[in-house]
Design a binder for this molecule. Structure first.
Ligand code: INI
Length: 227
């Protein structure tokens, strides 16, 4: 089986800079534009599939609102990326770097830490976050289902370990790990028909860094008592 490749992680010197993730455009994709490799639609009498809805949130007037923007100005970003399925993770890395630089992050303020596989992403992310050098950490990997339960362990440990790294350190750590049934689904989400999840992850990381900065700016200043 050639589905899973420990492969090489290429350098990302020549980047394709693409615009940041457009949530509205994403929600406008018609069902018939979806890829043929996606699972077939369930029968009409079963529950409808949950729709991805990254779109807009409206916060009503009259409350305090903290809303982050994916701005990279004066921010340093750590990226941890796994070498396993390196042809895919190289594209996720290119997408992330493109989104970060498009958002204003200077290239010399981005550090990339390579790890062998997705299982090692949490430890790498934790190390980056604990260094206190980065406003946020982006974790990139690709786990493709094989014939054994290995997939489930690696995917679940990567996701929960990355969350732990964020919760333990308070530094935003975002999940840019593809978990797919096959290579075609992974390719479609690494610069193919379904966009580039590396870009989305990078944008989410900057948004989290920004909303935390806004919260800190207010909570650090003396304000009205909670009592
Ligand atoms: N690592 C991945 O990143 N993706 C995979 O699909 C994968 N599979 O299928 O085995 C994978 N395995 C390696 C794993 O992440 C660890 O590097 C290894 O177990 C050593 O701890």
């Amino acid at each position: 089986m050639t589905e899973r490749l420990p492969g090489r992680l290429e350098g990302a010197d020549e980047l394709r800079v693409t615009p940041p993730f457009d949530a509205e455009a994403e929600t406008r994709v018609a069902p018939d534009e979806r890829e043929a490799e996606d699972p077939p639609a369930p029968p009409a009498d079963s529950a409808p599939p949950a729709e991805h809805a990254p779109g807009r949130l409206v916060i009503p007037d009259g409350v305090g609102a903290f809303v982050g923007m994916p701005s990279g100005v004066r921010r340093s970003v750590g990226i941890v990326v796994s070498r396993y399925n390196g042809d895919i993770t190289t594209k996720l890395l290119e997408g992330a770097l493109g989104a970060l630089t498009a958002a204003g992050v200077q290239r010399d303020r981005i550090d990339v830490l390579q790890v062998p596989g997705a299982f090692e992403l949490p430890l790498g992310a934790m190390a980056l976050a604990k260094s206190r050098r980065y406003a946020c950490v982006v974790a990139l990997g690709c786990v493709i289902r094989g014939e054994t339960p290995h997939f489930d362990y690696i995917a679940a440990e990567a996701a929960s370990g990355l969350q732990l790294a964020a919760l333990e350190t308070g530094v935003p750590v975002v999940l840019g790990v593809l978990t797919t049934e096959n290579r075609a689904q992974a390719e479609a989400r690494a610069g193919g028909a379904h966009g580039n999840k590396g870009e989305e992850a990078a944008s989410s990381a900057l948004e989290m860094a920004d909303v935390f900065a806004r919260l800190r700016a207010v909570t650090a200043a003396p304000g009205p008592s909670a009592a």
